[in-house]
Ligand binder design. Structure first.
Ligand SMILES: [Zn+2]
Ligand SMILES: [Zn+2]
Length: 622
């Protein structure tokens, strides 16, 4: 369900040392129209760090635009020049009487909010200038303990005749292609609607030029850029413009996709509930991804720059994606980007804890592809990394559902980098990255195109898989197969390296043994995807819990009959006391079966299936 209202329920009232004064309020004639001029001044101190100061002002009927500029200076023990690790930073945004009208962080020292799009500064939402009480909001991002920041906000209320007020267009359903295949794109970049240096058009032009299929423009706390995606989409018939915003709090950043409203970013305010925010995003059809989560600079000394994810209360089942590759894979001419290595470790920890979160990448480009590591060591152009998604169609829901299913891998080398096809087989079952496969003996197949000269490493349950570490990719195309007999549920993923730098990383294929080999009520059932359960339901598959492998074959061949009632164990139906119908050696080298077989587990779990008259079968490869 999409909501049209994009108002903020949140109203922050900071009891700070805030003093605001109207220094001047005058009416004058400027080009034949009224201009009302206000100056709001005050101080913030260390007590206000991470808080938001709201400065109310009244807007009269007939106002067509509001021009805001602000400055701040500071006193500190030892003088204003005595700087710590970070300069003080004060962010700014604005709210009308009903809703959020934009946020530009510390990127813009002046801006205009107007009735029309043409007169409104990027980052701000054009539309009718409602009369009544507005608020400028200042965010105290960084201040030293010994400092006092003096701010001054200059507001001009104008009534120049502008065109008809901008009306936000309704969200549109966009489908670029109905073809199910791999699509390549970038899920993180910025434009002039936040602190990017180039307008949206240049971002999309670059994305199209390098052959991306989709791009998410994720400006910081911005809503304004989303208003224009609909009409711009027509200019980019082959490039899906995904709705995105970087939820930018002083405790961490997260990209939110396919949500058509602002997101509450006051993460450091009392009462903020990140889990409620995430639930609200999901309720409105959005998806959320922790950005550069391992960045250490959640708070540096006495300043927030809020990069790393610092919400220990996060319910990780609400996190859809995890940005394990942010920006470049190598920095300073060849040093691996350790922030990404740390993000991968964090992600592995979450996977080990049972949260199936999809790894994605994002360039976090702020320069529409025109930057350089010569001047910015952490620069990475749009498409580096690229995220590849197997999607049913090239549409927002197609891409995001593909990502949610884990059908994705990250190519740090960019859209022209290696392509990896990583699949698994067990009997008639097959799986791709993100899927779960069951089997006694699972074959994994890797096919790499364009990867010659790289090395391939298998990561099993978070650590390199012995025997499959640093495999030389010495041909193009390159194929590698290996087998695994799982003793319990687990996961296997790939990394491709080019010298010291990460070239690509896949999401895992999750695997689980056939139930016989680890008991009737093991937690692996929770990793079985719904479609697999449905398939079991359809086939009435019978899986047998027995002390030896070969007995299954024997049962299949000779048949068996149920000799007592069924009972439920966990989510599986357990039929105890099966007895084999005959004795003798089976094809699996089974000796004579004496006495009752301990138990038989019937998949699926529905009543209907339990009445199946189909002969029991196992679909695992023998
Ligand atoms: Zn960020
Ligand atoms: Zn960003």
């Amino acid at each position: 369900m999409r909501r049209w209202v994009y108002g903020q329920a949140f109203w922050c009232q900071v009891a700070a040392t805030l003093v605001w004064t109207v220094v001047s309020c005058l009416a004058g004639q400027a080009h034949g129209s009224d201009v009302r001029h206000l100056v709001l001044e005050g101080d913030v101190t260390f007590e206000d760090l991470g808080h938001y100061v709201r400065l109310p002002f009244d807007v009269p009927q007939g106002t067509t635009s509001i021009a805001v500029s602000y400055t701040y200076r500071w006193d500190a023990a030892g003088g204003a020049e005595a700087r710590g690790l970070l300069d003080p930073v004060v962010d700014i945004g604005i709210y009308d009487p009903e809703k959020f009208r934009g946020w530009s962080g510390s990127d813009k020292s002046s801006f205009v909010v107007a009735a029309t799009k043409e007169a409104t500064t990027d980052s701000y939402v054009p539309g009718r200038i409602l009369p009544g009480r507005w608020h400028v909001e200042l965010g105290v991002a960084s201040i030293r303990r010994d400092m006092v920041i003096h701010y001054s906000v200059d507001i001009e209320l104008r009534d120049d005749p502008l065109g008809p007020p901008f009306v936000p267009p309704p969200p549109q359903d966009v489908v670029i292609s109905r073809q199910a295949r791999w699509y390549v794109g970038d899920l993180h970049c910025h434009s002039t609607h936040s602190d990017g240096q180039y307008p949206m058009e240049e971002v999309f032009d670059y994305a199209r030029a390098i052959g991306l299929d989709f791009i998410a423009l994720t400006d910081h706390n911005s809503f304004s850029h989303m208003l224009y995606l609909g009409e711009m989409q027509a200019d980019y018939p082959d490039l899906l413009l995904l709705r995105g915003v970087e939820l930018t709090t002083y405790r961490g950043h997260a990209n939110v996709f396919d949500l058509y409203r602002p997101v509450d970013y006051h993460g450091t305010e009392k009462g903020y509930d990140i889990n409620a925010v995430m639930e609200g995003i999901h309720e409105d059809g959005g998806f959320i991804s922790a950005n550069h989560p391992a960045h250490p600079f959640a708070r540096v000394g006495e300043g927030y720059i809020g990069l790393g994810w610092a919400y220990p209360e996060t319910r990780w089942d609400l996190m859809d994606f995890f940005e394990v590759v942010n920006g470049p894979s190598v920095v300073l001419g060849g040093i691996p980007n350790v922030l990404n290595s740390m993000a991968i470790l964090l992600w592995e920890g979450l996977l080990s804890a049972g949260f199936k979160i999809t790894a994605i990448g994002g360039s976090d480009d702020h320069k529409a592809g025109h930057g350089s590591q010569q001047t910015d060591p952490l620069y990475s152009p749009i498409g580096m990394p690229a995220t590849l998604v197997y999607a049913e169609e090239l549409s927002p829901s197609g891409i995001l559902e593909g990502l949610k299913a884990g059908h994705a891998y990250v190519v740090a080398e960019g859209p022209d980098g290696p392509r990896i096809d990583f699949t698994a087989r067990s009997g008639v079952r097959t799986a791709m990255v993100g899927d779960t496969i069951r089997g006694r003996d699972i074959e994994f197949i890797v096919e790499i195109i364009g990867g010659a000269g790289r090395t391939l490493t298998f990561w099993k349950d978070g650590i390199p898989w012995v025997g499959h570490y640093a495999v030389a990719v010495d041909r193009d195309p390159f194929t590698y197969t290996c087998r695994l007999r799982p003793l319990g549920p687990g996961r296997l993923r790939l990394e491709l390296h080019n010298g010291p730098s990460l070239s690509a990383l896949t999401n895992p294929i999750y695997f689980a043994p056939e139930p016989p080999f680890w008991g009737p009520d093991v937690g692996a059932a929770s990793t079985v995807p719904e479609e697999a359960r449905t398939a079991s339901r359809r086939t009435g598959e019978l899986v047998v819990f027995l002390p030896a492998f070969g007995l299954i074959a024997g049962l299949k061949r000779r048949g068996c009959k149920r000799t007592s009632g069924a009972r439920w164990v966990g989510r599986r139906r357990v039929l105890p006391l099966f007895r084999s119908g005959a004795t003798g050696a089976g094809s699996g080298g089974i000796g004579r079966q004496r006495g009752p077989i301990s138990q038989v587990i019937l998949l699926p779990f529905s009543e209907g299936a339990s009445k199946s008259t189909k002969p029991p079968s196992t679909t695992g490869r023998s």
